[in-house]
Design a protein. Structure first.
Length: 326
């Protein structure tokens, strides 16, 4: 259910925003929030902390929360103290989002049905009914057949219209789930048709293989065609996994050029699998964290979005700027 919006604060009481220009991209980013003027001195709080910016937590029209992560369930359970996916699942439970997005490699190593049942289901399975998953490359390794265990476990949730890619709406947002194991002309045409038929103001898309990554796998050109389609449709947000680290990018176009008209890419492959190193920092990469397990708490509203990376200890490890829909 969409929350009833509260009355907006008047302009005279809204905290002022301070902005700095990113010297690499030329894109203004929020630098802080003026909290008060005391004796002529400005008291301000840096942007990027969930508890520092009142406008990030105040009720907004059509506001809802989503949790996202990729690369989740190693073959272990909570009986092992080193097992991470039960700890990231505990944060999902605390946040209690409207729904959950997974960006592939949900189950390791071969994503067989019995492994989903023995491992993933003991943690993230608690949110299965409100999970909107996509498949990663590990879901294709199943000896029973490509995506066999994945499809058997998630059923119509992952195949709502008999395909491994789909879309759905929530509030003023249109969400597109893609299968980057098979980004062929058929799926790309489906995406273009889906975006053309969309009536929502804001668009988010998610799949496994990132077009841009500073991690061990690096950039995955297989995603370029869908990036272009999303850019042309003025989409806001792209979420990926595959590399086991956290990374956020400034808005950019499919060629990796800074562009305020482009989507923001968020790579969140820290749901529980062993972390990867940062290899080659990509242009427009604004923040990178490795060996930091957690989930992304996405804050959506009718006109924009922001997010916070919540670690397994419940603390905020990074916060994005606040973005407006195109």
């Amino acid at each position: 259910m969409t929350p009833t919006p509260r009355a907006a604060k008047s302009r005279s009481t809204r905290p002022a925003r301070l902005f700095l220009t990113n010297p690499r991209t030329g894109i203004p980013t929020a630098a802080g929030v003026v909290l008060a003027l005391v004796g002529g001195a400005v008291l301000w709080s840096p942007a990027g902390r969930a508890d520092a910016a009142p406008e990030r937590t105040a009720a907004k029209a059509g506001a809802f929360t989503v949790v996202a992560a990729g690369d989740i369930a190693e073959r272990c359970t909570a009986s092992s103290s080193s097992c991470v996916h039960p700890k990231t699942a505990a944060q999902v439970k605390k946040i209690d989002p409207a729904f959950v997005l997974t960006m592939g490699d949900n189950q390791y190593d071969d994503a067989r049905l019995k492994d989903f049942q023995k491992y993933y289901d003991t943690s993230w399975g608690a949110f299965k009914d409100k999970t909107r998953p996509v498949a990663g490359n590990h879901e294709t390794y199943d000896p029973a057949g490509k995506l066999a265990g994945y499809k058997s476990y998630f059923g119509s949730i992952a195949y709502p219209k008999g395909k491994s890619y789909y879309s759905f709406d929530h509030g003023n947002w249109h969400f597109v789930a893609l299968d980057s194991n098979s980004l062929d002309s058929t799926q790309t045409k489906w995406l273009k048709d889906d975006l053309a038929a969309n009536s929502k103001k804001c668009v988010a898309a998610y799949w496994h293989h990132p077009l841009f990554s500073s991690g061990e796998h690096g950039n995955q050109p297989v995603s370029r065609s869908v990036w272009k389609a999303l850019y042309d449709a003025k989409a806001e947000l792209v979420l990926n996994g595959h590399d086991h680290h956290y990374e956020r990018f400034a808005p950019q176009n499919p060629d990796g050029k800074a562009d305020p008209k482009g989507p923001v890419e968020l790579l969140a492959g820290m749901g529980g699998a062993n972390p990867y190193k940062i290899e080659e920092v990509q242009p427009n990469s604004e923040k990178r964290l490795t060996k930091t397990f957690g989930v992304v708490k996405l804050n959506f509203h009718d006109d924009g979005f922001s997010w916070d990376l919540v670690g397994t200890d419940g603390k905020t490890k990074d916060s994005s700027p606040s973005y407006q829909c195109h």
